[in-house]
Design a protein around this ligand. Structure first.
Ligand SMILES: [Zn+2]
Length: 475
C-alpha cells in the first residue's frame, strides 16, 4: 500500500521585547544564571503578573504578518503540569481564547507551484525555567536557571496541511522570513528562539482520514526539521508494513545519530481560566494603528523590486525573502551600480556564500559600501568574475578594504594586450594538433584552449580580451 504523510507543525517563537511577559525583568535568558529574576518570575506565591504592553504589541504584529485574524477578546489559562522547570505547577498560556486565528502563508512547492498552508491559531505563552544537568564530582546534579522563566513566547499552530519534508521546511523558512520582517523576534533555530515540534501521521494515499500521530522535537536547524520528518515517515511506514500499531507519543531527534527515539512523557493536566491576568480586549482603532506599524512585507517588496528595478521573478523572490538582505540590496544599488547586475551577482555569488557559511548577512563583516566597491571594480574590469568571488570570500570575515585584498592577493585582472598575445602564442605553439582540429571544424577546441590560457594566467586574464585574441590568432 502507498502511504501519504500528514504533517502539522507547532512553532514556539521567543519575542524580543525588552522585558519578560509579566514583569520588568530583562528578557535576556543568556545572562549569568538567575540574574534576571523577581518575585513574579520566580513565581512566588502572592506575586501578581502584569502583562507587558510591548510583548502584546509584538505578538499582534507577528500574528498580522502571518495573515491571522486578531480576536476581539483573548485570555490566559493555567496549563497545569508539574515539572522542576515549572515549580508553581502551571504555565500561563492561552488555550480557550487564543490571541489570533485563521492565518496562512504561501510556500513554493518542489515543482515550483504555490501552496497555501493554513495556520489554525496563534496564542501567547510564558516560557518555563531552564534545567541544566551537570556533574559535581561523581554526582549528577540538576540546576534551575530562572532567566528564561516568564519570557514571552507565541505558539503558532498550523493545520496539518503539509505532505512532505520539503513543504515543512519551506513553511518554517517562509514564516521565519515574515516574522523577522516585523522586528518582533530573532527566530533562530540554532539559538532556540524558534523551536519546531512536528506532528506526523500516515494514511493510505487518496484517503482523508487522520490517524494516530507522533510528535517529534529537538530539531535545531531547518535541515534537521526536514531530516527528522523524513526519518519519521520511513519509520512509521516500516511499522505499518510490519502490522505494528502506531502509538501516540513524543520522540526526540538526535542530530548526531540522525534518528528519533522515544522520550519520557510529562504529566499534563487540565487548562483552567487564570483569575489574575485581565483579559485582552482589542479595539478596531488600536488594531488599525498596529496594522499601520507593519513594514512593507516580502510579498509587496517582491512586486516593487520587479517593477522598480526590473529584476527577474527569481531574483526578486530571493532578495526580498529576508528583510536584512533586501535592505542590503537597496543600499548597494543606490551606490551608482546597475540594480539588475547587483541582484544577479547577489543571487549567484553572495547567497550561496552565506548558505555555505550558515550565516545571515548581519553576522558577516560585509557592508553595502564594501560590496559596492567590489562590484564597481568588477564593472570597471579591474578584476574578473572569478577574482570577485574570491575577494568576496575574504570580505566576509576580514576588515580589509576590497582594494587592499585585490592588491595583496594580486587579483587585478590582466588586460595588457601584449602580455595576453604572448600567452596565447605560447598555448597555440604548444598544441599544434588541437589547433589543426579546430581548423578542421571542431569548434569545441576554442573552449579547451581558453581554459588552458586562463589557467596559465592563474585566473587573472581578462576573459573578453583573451577570447578576442585567441579567435583572431586561430582565424
Ligand atoms: Zn521578573
Amino acid at each position: 500500500m502507498k502511504y501519504e504523510a500528514v504533517i502539522g507543525l507547532e512553532i514556539h517563537v521567543q519575542l524580543n521585547s525588552a522585558t519578560k511577559m509579566f514583569c520588568d525583568c530583562p528578557n535576556r535568558p543568556g545572562d549569568e544564571p538567575n540574574r534576571n529574576t523577581c518575585p513574579i518570575c520566580l513565581w512566588l506565591p502572592g506575586a501578581l503578573p502584569q502583562l507587558s504592553q510591548e510583548a502584546l504589541e509584538k505578538a499582534v504584529l507577528a500574528c498580522l504578518a502571518l495573515n491571522c485574524t486578531i480576536q476581539p477578546e483573548s485570555a490566559f489559562d493555567q496549563k497545569v503540569y508539574y515539572y522542576p522547570d515549572l515549580p508553581k505547577g502551571f504555565q500561563l498560556s492561552q488555550h480557550h481564547k487564543p490571541l489570533a486565528r485563521n492565518g496562512w502563508v504561501d510556500i513554493v512547492m518542489e515543482d515550483g507551484g504555490i501552496k497555501r498552508l493554513r495556520i489554525h491559531h496563534i496564542h501567547m505563552e510564558e516560557d518555563v525555567a531552564k534545567l541544566v544537568h551537570e556533574m559535581e564530582g561523581k554526582t549528577p546534579i540538576s540546576l534551575v536557571d530562572f532567566n528564561r522563566a516568564g519570557t514571552p513566547l507565541i505558539e503558532i499552530v498550523s493545520e496539518a496541511d503539509m505532505r512532505n519534508p520539503h513543504e515543512a521546511m519551506e513553511y518554517v523558512k517562509t514564516l521565519r522570513g515574515q516574522l523577522r520582517y516585523t522586528g518582533s523576534a530573532e527566530c533562530s533555530l540554532e539559538q532556540g528562539t524558534l523551536r519546531v515540534d512536528a506532528n506526523i501521521s500516515l494514511r493510505p494515499q487518496g484517503t482523508d482520514e487522520f490517524n494516530t500521530k507522533v510528535e517529534v522535537k529537538n530539531m535545531n536547524s531547518i535541515r534537521n526539521v526536514g531530516d527528522a520528518i523524513a526519518y519519521e515517515i520511513t519509520r512509521q511506514t516500516e511499522c505499518l508494513e510490519k502490522g505494528e500499531p502506531i502509538v501516540l507519543h513524543t520522540r526526540l531527534w538526535d542530530p548526531e545519530k540522525r534518528v528519533t527515539s522515544p522520550m519520557r512523557g510529562k504529566f499534563s493536566g487540565p487548562c483552567v481560566p487564570d483569575p489574575s491576568v485581565p483579559r485582552i480586549v482589542v479595539t478596531q482603532d488600536w488594531l488599525k494603528e498596529m496594522r499601520g506599524r507593519l513594514p512593507e512585507m516580502p510579498g509587496q517588496k517582491r512586486v516593487r523590486f520587479l517593477r522598480a528595478y526590473g529584476l527577474t521573478p527569481e531574483e526578486a523572490s530571493n532578495i526580498s525573502f529576508e528583510r536584512d538582505l533586501s535592505e542590503f540590496f537597496e543600499s548597494v544599488a543606490k551606490q551608482d551600480l546597475p540594480p539588475r547586475k547587483v541582484a544577479s551577482w547577489m543571487t549567484a555569488h553572495l547567497l550561496p556564500a552565506l548558505r555555505d557559511r550558515n550565516q545571515t548577512i548581519r553576522e558577516t563583516l560585509l557592508t553595502p559600501e564594501r560590496i559596492a566597491r567590489l562590484l564597481s571594480m568588477l564593472e570597471k574590469d579591474v578584476i574578473n568574475v572569478q577574482a570577485a568571488k574570491e575577494v568576496l570570500q575574504k570580505l566576509l570575515s576580514s576588515q580589509e578594504t576590497p582594494e587592499e585584498i585585490v592588491e595583496k592577493g594580486r587579483f587585478r585582472q590582466v588586460s595588457d594586450t601584449a602580455e595576453l598575445e604572448g600567452l596565447i602564442d605560447r598555448i597555440i605553439a604548444g598544441h599544434p594538433s588541437d589547433v589543426e582540429d579546430f581548423r578542421k571544424g571542431n569548434s569545441k577546441v576554442i573552449g579547451f584552449l581558453m581554459g588552458l590560457a586562463m589557467k596559465e594566467s592563474r585566473g587573472k586574464a581578462n576573459p573578453k580580451l583573451l577570447k578576442e585574441i585567441l579567435t583572431k590568432r586561430l582565424g
